[in-house]
Structure formats: C-alpha cells, structure tokens
Design a protein around this ligand. Structure first.
Ligand SMILES: NC(=O)c1ccc[n+]([C@@H]2O[C@H](COP(=O)([O-])OP(=O)(O)OC[C@H]3O[C@@H](n4cnc5c(N)ncnc54)[C@H](O)[C@@H]3O)[C@@H](O)[C@H]2O)c1
Length: 301
C-alpha cells in the first residue's frame, strides 16, 4: 500500500533547493501539509530571499498538494519558533521535522577563522536545536513525531577542509542519541539521522559531470519518507544513501579488557603492553551507555 501522509504536517528546513526541495515535493505528493522553510541565501549562508521557498510551495500546489512557505533562519531561536509557529498557524499540527538546512565554509583547519567555524556550526547544529526544541514540545504533547537529523560522511568518517562541517554533523548524531534516550517514554516519537550524497549547489565543485548526473538529490528521498512514516518504528539509527544505494552506519564499542582492579594505579606502560587487547574489535557492537558500565562492572563491585 502507498505510504501516505494525509493530515500530517511535515516541516522541511532548507527545502528551497537541493535535497530538501526533493523531500518537500515528495511529502507534498504523498498528501502531507508541507512547511517549506528556506532562508534563500548563498551556499556560504550569506544573503537571503523568499524566492527559493516560494517556488517550491508553488510547485507542490501545482502538483495538487498543500504547502506554506517559511523564510526563517533556522539558526536563531526566533527563527526556529517562527518555523514551528507557521506550521501550527497554517495546519494546527507538527508531525515530522526534517532538519536539512545547511551551508559550507570549507578551509583547512589551521586557516579556518572563528567566523567560518561559528557560521557552519550555527546553521547545522544550533539550527537543529532551534527548530527541534519547539517542534518536540508539540510532538510530546501529542505523543507522535518523526525527527530527522542530517549528518554527513564528513563527520562520520572525516573529509579534508570540513572540520567545522564535520564537527557540526557528528554533533547532530550526538543530539539524536540523547533525544532518543530522553524521550523513551514517548513511544511514538522517533529520531534518526541520514547522511545523503547528491549533486547539489553544496557539492557543485566536487563531482565531475558524469558522476553528478547519477547523484540526483531525489535518490535520497525514499528512505527519509519511510523513516518519517507512521509505520516505521526505527529509532536512533544512522542511514547513508546516494545514487540509489542505501546503507546503515553504527558507532560500535569493543568488549575491551579489565586491566586493573580499580584500587591500584595503572601505569601507562601496562596500556602499551596490552594495547592490542584494548583495541580488539572482535564482538564489537552498538551499545547503550548503561552497557558500557556493564563492561566495567567486574571492577565496580
Ligand atoms: N549534497 C551532499 O552530497 C550532502 C552530503 C552530506 C550531507 N548533506 C547535507 O544535506 C543537507 C542538504 O544539502 P544540499 O546538498 O541539498 O545543499 P543545498 O545548498 O542545495 O541546500 C541547502 C538549503 O538550505 C538553505 N539554508 C541554508 N542556511 C539556512 C538557514 N540558516 N535557514 C534556513 N535555510 C537555510 C539554503 O538556502 C539551501 O536552499 C545539508 O544539511 C547538507 O549538509 C549534503
């Protein structure tokens, strides 16, 4: 059966272009009331215009869907509240939030200015905070919600010239992990992270044309639609995608080894000696922070 979003309100930030635009169009096609948020600035975050969001709203309506534009800046508290207020004033609910807005200011770390660092952290990480906080309050009241964080292989695995971006993107995984733990009792609110790959304005100088044409932003959409659907109970996971490939990433922890007895000091030389055992990843798995304690438990009693 087709996955529908009739009666549901979906907020997509940064939906005026690139991947966000494709998310918004698809949620619109599937019956959602869509809040198309976009500041309409340049790739580095400067400037702003209502055009980007307006054009996507017009397209959704042309397709027979329902949408409203928001030109708020995700990186301010006022902007975050404004986006959620637009959803509530227009449609009376917030069911799905896709934190997608982003900018880049790439530079090798030692040359990066504090301004370039702050600008990128501000849109990606603070932006997700500013929009998620008011949205989650509403979702908790209705015990229903789906929230997507947009991470990146640059944060998960590293990429040259993107220390600001990578730090923000992995920060979003940390935010998702904590929100999952904090909101356990709201059993129908789920948080997941996605790391897309697409030929968009953000990556226009990275992919050669023959590769870029295979990386249409629309190929990132179906997994986000699924993760945001009411049938999907996935929670706290990281998915990667691009060009029609989909996969999952996990942060895993090795079993480790109890070296000391928690009463004696452990000399660094002992770590050197047993470093291979400490580093052994056989049986490594994704764990909760409580499980990490269980690895130490022989030393705690
Ligand atoms: N393109 C890729 O390969 C790739 C890879 C990994 C992660 N991502 C992430 O996916 C998301 C979408 O990227 P894209 O490639 O579509 O980029 P894009 O530049 O095409 O789109 C980003 C949109 O966000 C908007 N935006 C920027 N700052 C904003 C703000 N403060 N408030 C509201 N809107 C704002 C921009 O105006 C733009 O329309 C980003 O979070 C990006 O970091 C993209």
């Amino acid at each position: 059966m087709e996955m529908r979003f009739d009666g549901k309100t979906v907020i997509v930030t940064g939906a005026g272009a690139g991947i966000g635009r494709e998310y918004a169009l698809e949620f619109g096609r599937r019956g959602a009331n869509v809040v198309v948020n976009d500041l309409g600035g340049l790739r580095d975050g400067s400037g702003g215009s209502s055009n980007a969001a307006d054009m996507v709203v017009a397209k959704i309506k042309e397709n027979g869907g329902n949408a409203v534009a928001s030109y708020d800046n995700v990186s301010t508290e006022e902007g975050g509240r404004g986006i959620v207020a637009t959803a509530m004033d227009s449609f009376g609910r917030v069911d799905v939030l896709v934190n997608n807005a982003g900018i880049i200011r790439d530079k090798g770390f030692v040359k990066m200015t504090a301004g370039e660092w702050d600008a990128v952290i501000s849109v990606h990480l603070r932006g997700a905070y500013c929009v998620t906080r008011p949205a989650l309050e509403i979702m908790r009241n209705q015990n229903y919600g789906r929230i997507i964080m947009t991470t990146s292989t640059s944060g998960l695995f590293g990429n040259f010239g993107q220390s600001n971006y990578g730090a923000a993107k992995l920060g979003l995984v940390g935010l998702m992990n904590v929100l999952k733990v904090e909101n356990k009792k709201y059993y129908d609110i789920h948080f997941n992270a996605v790391a897309p790959t697409a030929a968009s304005r953000m990556t226009e100088d990275i992919f050669p044309p023959n590769i870029a044409e295979r990386l249409h932003p629309k190929f990132n959409v179906p997994i986000v639609v699924w993760l945001c659907h009411e049938e999907c109970t996935e929670n706290g996971s990281i998915f990667l995608m691009g060009a029609g490939w989909f996969g999952k990433a996990e942060i895993v922890c090795g079993k480790g080894v109890c070296i000391g007895d928690a009463r004696r000091d452990i000399p660094a030389e002992e770590i050197r000696e047993r470093f291979a055992e400490i580093s052994n990843m056989e049986g490594a798995k994704s764990v909760s922070n409580v499980e990490v304690f269980s690895y130490m438990s022989p030393l705690l009693s």
